[in-house]
Design a protein. Structure first.
Ligand SMILES: [Zn+2]
Ligand SMILES: [Zn+2]
Length: 73
């Protein structure tokens, strides 16, 4: 029984780790704090970004979602 629990907790840990790295880096704003950190192989250490990353999200403050506006070119 103990082995089963150990295996289960290990599985949950792996899932948690997998979810943690599931942040969509393509959502990072170009030249933004998060993208810069990501390029260095690090995670952005802004408190707002850390909080968002914990939820497997990209910080919306620093990486505002681009609205469906026609891009001027
Ligand atoms: Zn950031
Ligand atoms: Zn942020």
């Amino acid at each position: 029984m103990k082995k089963l629990l150990l295996a289960l907790s290990l599985a949950f840990t792996l899932v948690a780790v997998a979810a943690d790295t599931k942040v969509d880096t393509s959502k990072f704003k170009d030249g933004g704090c998060c993208q810069k950190a990501d390029k260095k192989g690090e995670k952005c250490n802004h408190p707002c970004c850390v909080k968002a990353a914990k939820d497997s999200k990209v910080c919306e403050k620093c990486n505002p979602v681009e609205k469906a506006e026609p891009t001027k070119k």
